[in-house]
Design a protein around this ligand. Structure first.
Ligand code: MTE
Length: 333
């Protein structure tokens, strides 16, 4: 996401469970015909899902959660998953640089242990919560969502997460809570993009949702993808995923969640309000001022086979339309 030019596109040893152990268990379940336990996905997709996934050590809190995942809780029908390699090597995470390969190259510097999230603002139960404490009460679900970037590319990603609404309910929002504001960690010594004198972003990266959007069952906090803990470049250890909105709303590496009465000022809207709105609902009928939003490049593709498909209103998640009845989507883009 560039402003004025076209887009280019520590855990301790004792705390970890080798991901390979888990992955081989998954493969065994598939081979043993455990399809029912996996949800209604066709065997072909299921058996291909975890091939070529880079193994990673999982922190203890994550390993515990894997035992009770609801696999295939939401699936995109016949759409193919974007390969793990593309999901983890074609990223936007400006804290680590502006080219698509920078996050995979540099995000290993991000320290994700220990991690805590401040929950504050219009809630009866504010406080700093450890990551384990925050994830602990929730069953993880596999949600296979389309991700449509405002730049015109898209992916299909199998996330592991839980509804944001479940977390917010535990914090007990007060009557003043009309919006939710999210903030990403800032640590210049770990983040090459933050250190860079060329960045236009006023860190931290901030995003926001209206309360009803935040409480919608499709809105999740993700802690994993492809059956493994979230890679740093994808926003470890905790990120938002709002599948009907352009990808920039899905803020990574969250350290603060605040409930507010007023609409928060968000990063991209603040930088270029004519180009990036607060709502940012995927909408093929409302073009970006500098490019069409009618189609998207579904990754992976190539120069000769760009794999262009039509973009759908709300990224195909029609069930959210009721959130916007009566709202002029051209004005509130
Ligand atoms: N969150 C932070 N903190 N910094 C970022 O630069 N980029 C956003 C979003 N979340 C971004 C961010 C954009 S523009 C997109 S498209 C998605 O992350 C990309 O997510 P992915 O790299 O996991 O595909």
């Amino acid at each position: 996401m560039l402003i004025k030019s076209p887009p280019t596109s520590a855990e301790r040893e004792s705390d970890v469970t080798p991901e390979a152990v888990y992955l081989s268990r998954r493969r065994f379940m598939i081979a043993a015909g455990g399809l029912a336990a996996m949800g209604a996905l066709p065997l072909r997709a299921e058996s291909q899902r975890y091939v070529d996934v880079e193994p990673a050590a999982a922190p203890a809190w994550f390993a515990d959660k894997l035992a009770e995942v609801r696999w295939g809780a939401i699936t995109p029908g016949e759409e193919a998953l974007t390969p793990f390699k593309d999901v983890t090597h074609y990223n936007n995470f400006y804290e680590f640089g502006t080219s698509k390969g920078d996050p995979a190259r540099y995000a290993d510097k991000l320290e994700v242990e220990p991690w805590a999230v401040m929950i504050d603002g219009a809630v009866a139960k504010p406080g700093l919560v450890s990551l384990g404490g925050l994830v602990g009460p929730h069953q993880l679900e596999e949600r296979i969502y389309r991700l449509r970037c405002v730049e015109g590319w898209s992916m299909v990603i199998p996330w592991l997460g839980f509804p944001l609404s479940a977390l917010l309910k535990l914090a007990e929002p007060t009557g003043q809570a009309k919006y939710v504001r999210f903030e990403t960690k800032v640590a210049a010594e770990q983040m090459a993009g933050v250190r860079s004198g060329f960045s236009l972003i006023d860190w931290p990266y901030v995003e926001g949702l209206r309360m009803d959007e935040a409480m919608h069952p499709l809105t999740i906090l993700a802690v994993g993808l492809y059956g493994r803990v979230l890679p740093n470049q994808n926003g470890a250890p905790l990120r938002l995923v709002v599948p009907w909105k352009y990808g920039f709303k899905s803020i990574k590496s969250i350290v603060r969640i605040s409930l507010l009465e007023e609409q928060p000022r968000t990063t991209w809207e603040g930088l270029a309000p004519d180009e990036y709105g607060f709502y940012a609902n995927v909408n093929p009928g409302v073009d970006h001022p500098r490019w069409s939003q009618a189609n998207e490049r579904r990754l992976p593709g190539s120069l000769f086979r760009p794999n262009v498909i039509p973009t759908r209103l709300f990224n195909g998640y029609d069930e959210v339309a009721a959130l916007y009845s009566g709202l002029d989507l051209r004005r509130y883009y």
